[in-house]
Design a protein around this ligand. Structure first.
Ligand code: FPP
Length: 238
């Protein structure tokens, strides 16, 4: 797997960067509760941090970054909260092209089961993807209605539909939403679990946890995680 050195615009350099970084944006609800605010206020603040960190990944030259924004299980949340999240996705997608333009060449891809979304949201997803399709820098995958198990089952069903009788690891890898390997997963908010995120891709991921709640996550937290990644001794089972 290709790992490479890259200098960023702020003169922070890393000897090695993860080629594919996964980020679980957790802790929005607790952030809001601490301030006596509704949960949706935490998601709004979290969406701003998503914008900052996705652009910073672009500036740093990380090749792929996947943000976990809404899981297949998140539909169980109160309607008001789900509606607020859909509105945040909607508002972001409306401005996505201008937003990612600030970080150069970001390509945007929305991953997950798109069947449950409104036609309007689907149109916006498609436009944001089309408008950035030619970009050759960082690919930002936003996982919405995403589940790692669902992603693997979908890959297998695609292969069956194609008439495959014996399925290999390479076949599944080639039919995921994202690139098949994830080098590092960042999870803030003190939780230390994968929560159905990038199950296949995380086979050899390095994990990085922190107590900071996602709306308080800064570029410096990202740099700390990346510094830590530089020092990891990865053996891939060898
Ligand atoms: C988990 O924290 C977070 C979510 C279920 C939603 C994450 C979504 C965003 C940060 C908005 C992203 C926006 C765009 C435009 C991509 P939680 O609410 O479960 O927090 P808690 O564990 O403290 O309750």
């Amino acid at each position: 797997m290709a790992l490479f050195t890259k200098k960023n615009n702020e003169n922070i350099s890393f000897e090695v960067l993860p080629e594919h970084l996964g980020i679980i944006m957790d802790g929005n609800g607790r952030w809001a509760k601490k301030r006596g605010l509704p949960r949706k206020a935490g998601h709004k603040a979290g969406a701003e941090v998503f914008r900052t960190i996705s652009k910073e990944c672009g500036r740093l030259g990380i090749k792929y970054v996947t943000f976990y924004a809404f899981s297949t299980e998140n539909w169980k949340r109160p309607k008001e909260e789900v509606d607020a999240l859909m509105k945040l996705f909607h508002d972001y997608l409306l401005e996505a092209k201008e937003d990612v333009a600030q970080a150069g060449d970001i390509k945007l891809k929305i991953i997950g089961d798109k069947e449950s979304f409104s036609p309007e949201l689907l149109d916006l997803m498609l436009s944001a993807e089309e408008e950035t399709a030619e970009h050759t820098g960082t690919t930002v995958y936003v996982a919405i209605n995403y589940g790692g198990r669902q992603e693997i089952v979908r890959a297998v069903n695609k292969l069956i539909a194609d008439g495959k009788e014996e399925i290999t690891e390479e076949d599944i890898s080639a039919n995921l939403y994202t690139v098949p390997e994830c080098d590092m997963i960042i999870r803030p908010s003190g939780e230390q679990r994968l929560s159905n995120f990038l199950l296949w891709q995380a086979a050899y991921s390095e994990f990085w946890y922190s107590d900071v709640l996602w709306p308080d996550f800064t570029k410096n937290d990202l740099y700390s995680a990346l510094r830590d990644f530089e020092r990891r001794n990865r053996r891939f089972g060898g």
